[in-house]
Design a protein around this ligand. Structure first.
Ligand SMILES: C[S@@+](CC[C@H](N)C(=O)[O-])C[C@H]1O[C@@H](n2cnc3c(N)ncnc32)[C@H](O)[C@@H]1O
Length: 295
């Protein structure tokens, strides 16, 4: 139940049964590049975001984080001042543009990696990021998130870890990709996680994981491994072919070897409520990795 009261403001169009990948993402590009205010949008992230919101409100629903919940994450960016921020799930670039602009304003020389599975959506992100003048901050990486994370780890992009990880892709992959980042050592003490949609549609396995104690996670890993998880962490992908230690199926799920994460990482987690752009209550789970237990 939301404690925020009643939604005020103009909501996006209804979500309906089919709500993405029906041509609306390309229609959005036509809408923007034919917009009477196009010239004002160049190098202006706020104006590009206003045009995307206008499309969502007047034309068709878009599965963006929206203006209400994005404020939760922009505040976090101002605090954390990430050098490396990664998003899992980019869609049409709404979050990449809002958070890329916040990263630039934080003045930390940070880079934003937008990991998107669908190459058409990735092309839309790149086009709108460029229009907003953020191509020097935001880099779009096409492919399944678990594959791109391993590739960017192996090529050294994440050698100093991920400072801020924004999870907003397929809900069952939140835990998988977090455990993958833990095993690669790129989520580590000092890293902060922001997970969208923990109320709508909800993600109980993810909330359970980030709210568990080290002992609970160790017990779970030991049970899942048949008592063989003592040697964790870390496996690394440095010896693997093409930097891919963990093999994936065509849904982007890790098939082998089994992923256990690093249960020794200590998390402090906070539930922050907000609204979906459609006016439905939702929340972002903000989780800080505060240490590692070795005993
Ligand atoms: C909710 S949308 C992201 C919204 C975006 N973060 C925003 O707020 O503007 C989810 C996106 O995740 C992408 N996605 C789904 N599975 C993925 C995967 N395995 N790796 C990367 N992206 C994925 C989808 O194609 C979709 O574009």
């Amino acid at each position: 139940m939301s404690t925020l009261g009643t939604f005020t403001g103009q909501a996006y169009q209804n979500q309906e049964e089919t709500y993405f990948d029906d041509g609306r993402e390309i229609a959005l590009l036509h809408f923007i590049y034919n917009h009477p205010n196009l010239s004002e949008m160049r190098n202006n992230p706020d104006k590009v975001i206003a045009a995307i919101d206008e499309y969502g409100k007047e034309k068709k629903y878009l599965m963006n984080i929206g203006e209400f919940k994005s404020g939760i994450v922009t505040k976090l960016i101002a605090q954390v001042k990430p050098r490396v921020m990664v998003e899992l799930g980019g869609y049409v670039g709404y979050s990449a543009i809002v958070f890329g602009a916040a990263l630039r304003a934080a003045n930390s020389g940070g880079r934003y990696y937008s990991l998107e599975y669908n190459p058409e959506f990735g092309a839309v992100i790149a086009s709108l990021v460029d229009l907003a003048g953020l191509h020097d901050v935001v880099k779009v990486e096409i492919g399944a998130s678990s594959s791109s994370l391993q590739r960017l780890y192996a090529d050294g992009t994440f050698q100093d870890g991920i400072d801020l990880l924004f999870l907003d892709h397929v809900k069952p992959l939140y835990v998988q990709d977090l455990k993958l980042c833990e095993e690669l050592g790129i989520v580590r003490p000092g890293s902060v996680l922001a997970a969208d949609n923990v109320v709508k549609p909800g993600n109980p396995p993810y909330l359970k994981y980030v709210r568990s104690s080290v002992q609970e996670k160790r017990d779970e890993a030991r049970t899942a491994s048949g008592g063989d998880a003592q040697s964790l962490p870390h496996r690394t992908s440095s010896t693997a072919t093409n930097g891919q230690l963990f093999k994936l199926n065509d849904k982007g799920e890790v098939t082998e070897p089994k992923l256990f994460g690093n249960p020794n990482l200590v998390y402090e987690s906070e539930f922050v409520e907000g609204w979906e752009p459609s006016g439905v209550p939702d929340a972002v789970e903000i989780t800080r990795c505060t240490g590692v237990e070795t005993s």
